[in-house]
Design a protein around this ligand. Structure first.
Ligand code: S3P
Length: 433
């Protein structure tokens, strides 16, 4: 599928996006090892979360409603998965593979985890090394532990681990393994990353303590199944909120998105760039702060995004780069080398594709420098098979004169299959070809 978009619409209106991807994965995974039933409502129906559901089914977990927004997980009550009879296919999903490795570390049988071409290029060492230290046996290709991963678990020892990169996936894998270790597992982060695992573990009854950048989990833990309604995904909403920010006279409202501070770095960036951002109707859902968020567009200025802000904007950096091309002045993104090991090398992908639209962008080893005030001109661009690149380039196309075609855009189904429809509902001219 190709996405064809025409420039110079003004986005207007209220919209809803599907359930949060990170929270949906975690609800299925924690539900699977809890005692009793877990009902997950507003669960994301998209390829990545389906990968998690299928892997869990391959491990003997009974799940009803897979492929719908209302999913019931029948927990196996601890480290009681059955040995899989074939490879566990994590598809495109790093979260599935890394978090599942944490749970499998406590299972003595052998399992193989694999994924698509993109996932097979992504390093699992950040998870494999601490899990080995806890007692699991793990093999992968090269010293970076590229998938396929072969692993067998063990009776785990607790560890104290300082993460070299701020990664919620790595933190979560260690905490999930820590549930089954005898004693206290401690993880230190270099900067705050998304904390959904910590919040959800508490809702399932585990003893988890957070102090500054240190998280502690006490094992062995007994999780109790629970019911939760997943908040809408702020990373999906970001495409429209950022697009509106860059258009004078545009105004859009995202309904019911998570405003967890570990996820809303991009709203702070939009404010600093000069957009009006209003957070209203704040409430709590599934232990997460949720709100409606309105963004009103205007003349934007360039900003620097660096340091602790990077992990809190990590999935939104491609779309922020897209709108920075039309802001006044220079935008610098640095300390973001993690972008090179996402579903694609997101630094190289955005630099190359934004240039095709006429933007002036310089590549840095850990980010990019974007000269603003570009007059973008519609062109044919490539998604690199990466959902967030496809959607960020569609937004860049909205800011360009004429027609932009995003090739290989099927990948939006990884996190947000309804992306073209929601964009059209806000007034954009977009076609699937
Ligand atoms: C995620 C964590 C982030 C993020 C990814 C989802 C998660 O990755 O980029 O889209 O659900 O834990 P890292 O933990 O590798 O930073």
């Amino acid at each position: 599928m190709r996405l064809k978009v025409f420039g110079h619409a003004k986005l207007r209106g209220d919209f809803s996006v599907p359930g949060d991807k990170s929270i949906s994965h975690r609800a299925l995974l924690l539900g699977a090892v809890a005692e009793g039933e877990t009902l997950v409502e507003n669960c994301l129906v998209a390829e990545d979360v389906l990968s998690t559901a299928r892997c869990l089914q391959g491990l003997g977990v009974r799940i009803e409603g897979v492929g719908t927004t209302s999913v019931k997980v029948h927990g196996v009550g601890g480290a009681n998965f059955s040995a899989p009879t074939s490879h566990l296919d994590c598809g495109n999903s790093g979260t599935t593979m890394r978090l599942l490795m944490g749970l499998l570390a406590a299972h003595e049988f052998e399992s193989w985890l694999t994924g698509d071409d993109s996932l097979q290029k992504r390093p699992m060492d950040r998870v494999a090394i601490p899990l080995q230290r806890m007692g699991a046996k793990i093999e992968g290709r090269t010293e970076r532990f590229l998938p396929p991963i072969r692993m067998s678990g063990a009776k785990l020892r607790p560890i104290e681990w300082a993460l070299p990169v701020a990664s919620a996936q790595a933190k979560s894998a260690i905490l999930l393994a820590g549930l089954f270790a005898d004693g206290t597992t401690i993880v230190h982060e270099p900067a705050p990353s998304r904390d959904h695992t910590e919040r959800m573990l508490q809702a399932f009854g585990a003893k988890v303590f957070v102090r500054g950048l240190t998280v502690t989990v006490v094992g062995p833990a007994k999780l109790r199944g629970t019911n939760l309604v997943v908040p809408n995904d702020p990373s999906s909403a970001a495409f429209f909120l950022c697009a509106a920010a860059a258009m004078t006279d545009a105004e859009v409202t995202a309904l019911g998105i998570s405003v967890n501070p570990t996820r809303t770095g991009y709203l702070e960036v939009l404010r600093r760039m000069g957009a009006t951002v209003i957070v209203h109707n704040e409430r709590t859902q599934a232990g997460e702060p949720v709100a409606d968020v309105t963004v009103r567009g205007g003349k934007l200025s360039g900003v620097t995004i660096a340091g602790e802000l990077v992990p809190r904007t990590i999935d939104e950096l491609p779309v922020l780069a897209a709108i920075a091309t039309v802001a006044e002045g220079t935008t610098i993104i640095k300390d973001a080398q993690e972008l090179r090991v996402k579903e694609s090398d997101r630094i190289a992908a955005m630099v190359n594709e934004l240039r095709k639209l006429g933007a002036q962008v310089e590549e840095l080893p850990d980010g990019m420098v974007i000269q603003g005030s570009s007059k973008l001109c519609g062109a044919e661009v490539e998604s690199h098979g990466d959902h967030r690149i496809a959607m960020a380039l569609t937004i860049a196309g909205l800011l360009a004169e004429g027609e932009t075609i995003v090739n290989d855009a099927n990948c939006v189904a990884i996190s947000f299959p309804q992306f073209p429809q929601v964009l059209a509902s806000l007034g954009a001219e977009v076609e699937m070809a």
